[in-house]
Design a protein around this ligand. Structure first.
Ligand code: ADP
Ligand code: ADP
Length: 232
């Protein structure tokens, strides 16, 4: 099945004399249960791609579908509801809520999606990412790598159609980065998750099934079964 589909998506920032065309007629289809890395130079449109693909921003033109459901063209309310129920996010700076415990951070997406705050499920996923003994801690009491593992658990808890990760290892040392990447790869292999990850790190990209390269807002190429050497 197809998890993500972009049809001729363009995004222009600003109007008038100096509009910036950050995405220029991008079309692609990603199968469910795949791990895709998005790479490209600074300013090539990676963040804009992620924002549009994940329904965090609306493209100027074109259509985006997740699991066959269209994200584009609807109301902001409908899009927010869709995001909460069907999409997971992982950010470079973790974005955990500092006043909530680890367990509360992980059950929050279930509440926001209008689902039961299933403690058992949240704890099972936290155990899976190696944090079963940290559920009552606050984020500030954890290392960066541990915080990102909480963020992975939070992204997985609603069993979303797709998970979008923006430089998830950008703030981590290389050992924590490898742990986080292994967990993402495992979510894909063992749970059939679909992960789309923006990264500039060839080692991170080597955990993906394929890499899509952006340049000047367009798809400039792609590579299956990447290694750190072939990507760099
Ligand atoms: P990347 O993530 O690859 O660095 P971006 O998607 O952030 O690329 O940016 C692509 C282009 O769009 C760049 O030229 C950038 O300056 C421009 N851009 C990004 N966001 C905005 C914005 N909010 N307003 C105006 N221009 C923007
Ligand atoms: P089961 O696989 O029998 O549902 P588990 O104890 O393995 O039971 O997991 C409990 C729940 O948490 C399951 O619904 C599972 O889908 C989810 N889960 C656990 N770990 C992950 C993971 N790494 N990725 C996605 N979902 C996970």
């Amino acid at each position: 099945a197809e998890a993500l589909r972009l049809v001729q998506v363009s995004k222009t920032y600003g109007t008038g004399d100096n509009p910036v065309r950050a995405l220029d007629d991008v079309s692609l289809s990603l199968a469910a249960g795949t791990f895709t890395a998005i790479m490209g130079p600074s300013g090539s449109g990676k963040s804009t791609f992620l924002q549009c693909a994940a329904g965090l921003d609306q493209p100027t033109a074109g259509r985006v579908f997740i699991d066959g459901a269209e994200l584009t063209g609807g109301s902001e309310t409908a899009l927010t509801k869709f995001r909460r129920q069907r999409i997971g996010f992982i950010f470079q700076q973790f974005n955990l809520l500092p006043t909530l415990t680890v367990l509360q951070n992980v059950t929050l997406p279930l509440r926001l999606a209008g689902k039961r705050a299933d403690r058992k499920r949240a704890i099972a996923i936290l155990e899976r990412v190696g944090l079963g003994d940290r559920i009552g801690h606050r984020p500030a009491e954890l290392s960066g790598g541990q915080q990102q593992r909480v963020a992975i658990a939070r992204a997985l808890v609603t069993n979303p159609s797709a998970i979008f990760a923006d430089e998830p290892t950008g703030a981590l040392d290389s050992r924590s980065a490898r742990t986080v990447l292994s967990l993402l790869a495992e979510a894909v292999r063992e749970f059939g998750q679909t992960v789309v990850m923006v990264t500039h790190d060839p080692v991170a990209a080597s955990y993906a099934d394929s890499v899509i390269f952006l340049a000047d807002g367009r798809i400039a190429g792609s590579l299956d079964r990447p290694t750190a050497e072939t990507v760099a």
